[in-house]
Design a protein around this ligand. Structure first.
Ligand SMILES: NC(=O)c1ccc[n+]([C@@H]2O[C@H](COP(=O)([O-])OP(=O)(O)OC[C@H]3O[C@@H](n4cnc5c(N)ncnc54)[C@H](OP(=O)(O)O)[C@@H]3O)[C@@H](O)[C@H]2O)c1
Length: 299
């Protein structure tokens, strides 16, 4: 099968489409014929070597995808071959989705309301946003500030929080204010003076930018949850795969988001759509730090 892959850690140019062995579904897994798959900042960080973590090479990046089920592992009873699904790979493998076939460890039926491109980039960020909102435990009528509301995770977190009855304020650059407003948040420009512009909120979800002001805005460090800063100020809550013992994927978010999409209450904004061979361009767009929505590869 074809797979986007790299033979060594380094710049995006190292990504090539080449032949790779077909994976197979293990217990509680399914395999899909991939139509579309996602690119995340974790893929680019891992590829570049910035994470300091190396993977067996060659490595196929991508942690989420959408496609048609073509192999069903032992123990799986909720799908049949030919079903259209979107989902996440086994995160322990740190990749495998940017290929003709991918093995998924969690999935939900692809909602008709999402295009293949949107579905291919939906799963990982939906899980992350759902996990963060569950941990923050916000009630109907509370106010949440999302720092980085225009990014892959932020765009979905805004919509999922609004669907929970939360009032959302989202930070973004000056050129991205209307985009953030279109998702249901009150936009504010990040940077100097943010504290005065926002006022008080009940909680903060930190996806991008600096945390210092956010603790002041929330009133206490434990009202801030970061998914992006692995060494935040003391008391700020974190949710990372690397958190020993505390990391639990919020996989129920996939079906919940699909149901919201069918009601017209959830969509996946796309920052860029590239062919599989456009992997280097897709990674470079992610590495700008200013992608607006999700980056997706089409097979
Ligand atoms: N812990 C986890 O489980 C987990 C899971 C997924 C992702 N992550 C991490 O979460 C972070 C966000 O991921 P992502 O996919 O959303 O990234 P992304 O799509 O690359 O984020 C890009 C966005 O960040 C915004 N941005 C840049 N500088 C900003 C600033 N100073 N303040 C506010 N917004 C700013 C940009 O908006 P403008 O262009 O308007 O500036 C752009 O829309 C990454 O660090 C990623 O590695 C963690």
């Amino acid at each position: 099968m074809r797979a986007l892959q790299y033979l060594d850690h380094g710049p995006a140019d190292l990504l090539k489409v080449a032949d790779a062995p077909e994976p197979h579904a293990g217990r509680n897994q399914i395999r899909i014929a991939v139509r579309t798959s996602g690119v995340t900042p974790a893929d680019t960080a891992l590829r570049s070597g910035r994470l300091g973590r190396r993977v067996p090479l060659p490595h196929v990046p991508g942690v989420d995808a959408a496609g048609v089920v073509d192999e069903i592992g032992e123990g799986v009873t909720d799908v049949r071959k030919g079903d259209e699904v979107f989902g996440i790979v086994d995160l322990g493998k740190l990749g495998g989705a940017n290929a003709d076939h991918a093995v998924l460890a969690a999935w939900a039926p692809k909602p008709a309301a999402l295009s293949w491109e949107q579905a291919g980039g939906a799963a990982a960020n939906t899980e992350t946003a759902t996990r963060a909102l569950d941990l923050l435990g916000l009630n109907d009528g509370t106010t949440l500030l999302i720092a980085g509301a225009a990014g892959g995770v932020g765009t979905l977190a805004v919509q999922l929080a609004v669907a929970r009855g939360v009032r959302v304020i989202g930070t973004a650059g000056p050129a991205t204010q209307d985009f953030v407003a279109s998702l249901g948040a009150t936009p504010v420009v990040y940077g100097e003076g943010l504290t005065e512009r926002v006022g008080e909120v009940d909680a903060v979800l930190h996806c991008a930018g600096t945390i210092a002001d956010l603790v002041t805005i929330a009133g206490a460090p434990d009202r801030v949850l970061t998914i992006a800063d692995m060494a935040p100020p003391e008391g700020v809550r974190t949710s990372f795969m690397a958190d020993p013992g505390t990391f639990r994927q919020a996989l129920h978010g996939l079906a919940d988001a699909a149901a919201l999409a069918e009601k017209g209450l959830f969509t996946v904004p796309l920052a860029g759509v590239f062919p599989l061979a456009g992997g280097p361009e897709a990674h470079r767009l992610s590495e700008t730090g200013h992608a607006h929505g999700k980056i997706v590869l089409v097979n």
